[in-house]
Design a protein around this ligand. Structure first.
Ligand code: ADP
Ligand code: MG
Length: 328
């Protein structure tokens, strides 16, 4: 017993020396089921255990915002907004998501569209029992949607039609950004928030960040690896996340708002940018626009790049990202 105590004490002293001498401490890693996926928060620090509470607060904030932006929670902002026409009072966070989303809608010529709630419900990707709808059903689901359905002015949102709202293309990114904000507030300097492959980093490490990008047709393989020396957000939209096949065709959850059908120009789009909300909305928009128009859209944003796999399987990379990708 005594020997064990001495050994433990020695280990403790050795560990302390190791830290003083500059050895790197194990990062603090925690996971929680949120946003329909496993969210992992990692804190890199000499004494990461002091941030255990901060990490729990970041998860709590994510859960709160998930409830606010989900269509399936009673009393959520998205549900109230979907049911309303006219002025609607919303939480400042929801307003911020709408504001940012509307900017991307406008910049993408309507390819990014947060008023596709009825279409999303019709296809049933959220329910787990998706199906191919008839064309008159699609037409009806699109009737009230589009750029005129929603405006934000002077901190107020106005619904101009009975369209249902779906924030599935942007909310996850925004919520990742909020988790990062909570960590920063608590004094965390270097961390990663990873929500099922969509992630944001803060701080710098001795070695660059390496982020594997999944191959859209070979689930066990990497398409490539991003090597980032600066902390950024990396978000991917792919046709392999939620889909079904019928008569040899793939139907998935990223819709072309003009046809109501799954967008056909890409297999996957990864966007790198400063913030995850912007990267998330842009990934969805670029997926709909296709490689050429998509890359042109990304070029209009500072420090924002894309890695796109087109429908034919070819890869296209923004000029600013080329030297940051290694291929297998
Ligand atoms: P995820 O990572 O959760 O799959 P994505 O960012 O790839 O999310 O966005 C997919 C979700 O975005 C869909 O499930 C749907 O809710 C919503 N969506 C689909 N098409 C569009 C669109 N054209 N504009 C905005 N949102 C869309
Ligand atoms: Mg998105």
């Amino acid at each position: 017993m005594r020997l064990l105590a001495i050994v433990l004490l020695w280990c403790g002293v050795a560990a302390a020396f190791w830290q003083v001498l500059g050895g790197r401490a194990q990062p603090l890693r925690r996971t929680r089921l949120l946003l329909g996926t496993v969210v992992e928060i990692t804190v890199y620090d000499q004494r990461p255990q002091r941030f255990v509470e901060a990490v729990e607060s970041a998860f709590d904030e994510m859960a709160r915002l998930e409830a606010l932006t989900s269509f399936h929670r009673t009393g959520s902002d998205v549900l109230r907004l979907s049911r309303a026409v006219g002025n609607v009072e919303l939480a400042p966070e929801t307003l911020q998501i709408l504001r940012e989303g509307l900017q991307v809608s406008q910049a993408s010529g309507g390819a990014f569209d947060m008023t596709l709630g009825r279409l999303q419900k019709l296809w049933g990707f959220g329910s787990g029992h998706p199906r191919l709808p008839a064309s008159d059903e699609i037409e009806a689901a699109l009737a009230d949607s589009g750029s005129g359905a929603l405006t934000v002015k002077n901190g107020k949102v106005i619904k101009h039609s009975p369209a249902w709202i779906d924030l599935g293309g942007i909310a996850k990114g925004y919520i990742i950004d909020r988790a990062i904000a909570v960590l920063k507030q608590a004094g965390v300097e270097c961390a990663a928030v990873n929500a099922g492959g969509d992630l944001r980093l803060i701080g710098r490490r001795a070695a660059p960040w390496r982020i594997g990008i999944r191959h859209p047709r070979k689930p066990e393989e990497l398409l490539g690896t991003l090597v980032l020396s600066e902390p950024l957000a990396v978000v991917t939209s792919g046709d392999y996340e939620r889909f079904f096949e019928q008569n040899g065709r793939r139907y998935h959850h990223l819709f072309d708002p003009f046809t109501g059908m799954p967008a056909r120009r890409c297999q996957s789009v990864t966007v790198v940018s400063n913030r995850a909300a912007l990267a998330d909305a842009l990934a969805t928009a670029v997926f709909v626009l296709g490689p050429e128009r998509g890359l042109a859209l990304l070029a209009r944003y500072p420090r924002t790049w894309g890695l796109i796999v087109a429908a034919d399987g070819s890869s296209l990379v923004s000029p600013g990202l080329r030297e940051r990708v290694t291929w297998p």
